[in-house]
Design a protein around this ligand. Structure first.
Ligand code: FHN
Length: 460
């Protein structure tokens, strides 16, 4: 529903933030330390995030109806100039779906099988502590009834307040609420950025057009999200510095200022401006499925897929198994980062069965080994896997991916600390410790008790 007068762009005065911009690629996104005040505020705001380590990304929108296929052809489709991608949420431009046909999907959006409570409960089993749902992806469709656009939930037969339902379910289950919002790419609005394809699909907006979109749609919609749903996190999306022309440091700060003025608690990710995230974001966001080799110097997160696609893709059978995800989660924690694992619900709102199974499998591992992930601090990698530790360093967790054939796990010098005991975390069975020339070793059973990540708790 569009009510243009109610949210005039002028109301969203920018709070100018004079932090220096840093021009580094999105993967590195390194920036100088934030000014003390901003840094302290961010630290307090993001305490839950750093404790959580594990969240759920949800890509759900009109694209979910097409399930990665159009006109009898499935993505990736090499016969289309831009069709060579698994990303089903990109089906509109990549498979050249006629826009009127794509927009018409809204007229049949009636997610009768979306039960927010059951959805959140099913996901929570895995051990996730927060969610981030695509409130608006690049196609421009708002998953709620927006006052500044008619291309929204209000134009669907169901008219349900999906975001409100999710917010209520999250509250009930003690899960933090986040929304993805595509602030840069908007393929529906003339002023939104368009795909940077070799063969252009639509022209890029002029700066004046982008400004119109920015003031008339992007900023007001972000304000709506905060005022209506009070999210704990907003997830913005740019990549590779491609956003440079439209998402300038000035616009970045304008958006950050708006959010900070409306919500003291809301976290902001670094992809708000990949080439220059600045100092007032709360954490860095890595590229898709990309893992840093060392701590990037700030809190961080990797957004990761279960398959190749983010949006539901019926014939993308490239599912990771739960064990690979468990290792990814442990690797993130070992370098002080979070793992944001994606699920693409079906158009009707139900969870794909392979995702449900993976939630259960990850949850089984987390039930036994969650202490080695949640609330931990980074300790880095090891030749056999990686390390996490309790914040006070009273306990260290060895995540063993590669079980030594000689049944002796070299722990190294442990920073000169003397361990009191070692045990298999899941079984609470003591293991023998020994020391030679200042290096510590744990005697292991013959076989790894966990095929992917056997955790050994070393106490001091
Ligand atoms: O283009 C999007 C993509 O569809 C998806 O939303 C991912 C999630 O990280 N972000 C962009 C690509 O990096």
């Amino acid at each position: 529903m569009k009510i243009p007068a109610s949210l005039s762009p002028g109301r969203f005065a920018a709070v100018a933030l004079a932090f220096a911009a840093v021009t580094t690629p999105s993967l590195a996104q390194a920036a100088p330390a934030a000014p003390a005040d901003a840094a302290a505020k961010s630290e307090a705001r993001r305490a839950w995030f750093e404790e959580a380590r594990f969240g759920l990304f949800i890509h759900w929108g009109l694209y979910s109806a097409l399930e990665g296929s159009w006109d009898g052809r499935s993505m990736p489709d090499g016969t289309k100039p831009n069709g060579n991608s698994w990303y089903a949420e990109w089906i509109l431009p990549r498979m050249e779906v006629p826009e009127d046909k794509y927009r018409a999907i809204a007229k049949r959006f009636d997610p009768v099988n979306f039960n927010a409570d059951a959805f959140v409960a099913a996901a929570k089993v895995s051990g996730i502590k927060y969610v981030a749902l695509t409130s608006k992806h690049h196609d421009g469709f708002a998953l709620w009834d927006s006052a500044v656009s008619d291309y929204d939930m209000g134009a669907t037969p169901s008219k349900r307040d999906l975001l409100g339902e999710l917010a209520a379910a999250c509250k009930k289950h003690g899960i933090k609420l986040g929304f993805y919002y595509s602030h840069w790419q908007d393929w529906d609005h003339t002023g939104g950025a368009k795909p940077n394809f070799g063969k252009p699909w639509k022209p890029q907006p002029t700066d004046a057009e982008f400004e119109k979109y920015w003031k008339g749609k992007a900023l007001p919609q972000v304000a709506e999200l905060i005022k209506r749903y009070d999210p704990d996190l907003l997830w913005f999306d740019t990549w590779g510095g491609e956003e440079r022309k439209q998402i300038t440091s000035k616009r970045r700060d304008e958006l950050i200022g708006l959010i900070r003025s409306l919500s003291p608690k809301c976290l902001i990710n670094g992809r708000i401006c990949s080439h220059a995230p600045g100092n007032d974001i709360d954490f860095l966001e890595m590229d898709d499925n990309a893992y840093p080799k060392e701590w990037p110097g700030r809190p961080w997160q990797t957004p990761a897929t279960m398959q190749h696609s983010w949006g539901y893709h019926a014939t993308d059978y490239n599912w990771l198994d739960a064990g690979q995800m468990i290792r990814n989660l442990a690797r993130c924690a070992s370098l002080g980062g979070n793992y944001l694992l994606n699920v693409g619900p079906k158009f009707d709102g139900s969870l794909p069965a392979p995702a449900q199974r993976r939630f259960l499998e990850m949850g089984g591992w987390m039930a036994a080994n969650g202490d080695s992930i949640r609330g931990t601090a980074r300790l880095g990698t090891a030749p056999w896997g990686c390390w996490t530790r309790a914040k006070d360093d009273s306990v260290r967790y060895a995540h063993v991916f590669n079980w030594p054939s000689n049944r002796s796990l070299p722990l190294g010098k442990l920073d000169g600390k003397t361990p009191k005991s070692a045990a298999l975390l899941e079984f609470n069975r003591p293991l023998e410790l020994s020391e030679k020339d200042g290096e510590w070793f744990v005697a292991l059973p013959n076989h790894a008790p966990d095929r992917y990540d056997s955790v050994i708790k070393v106490s001091f």
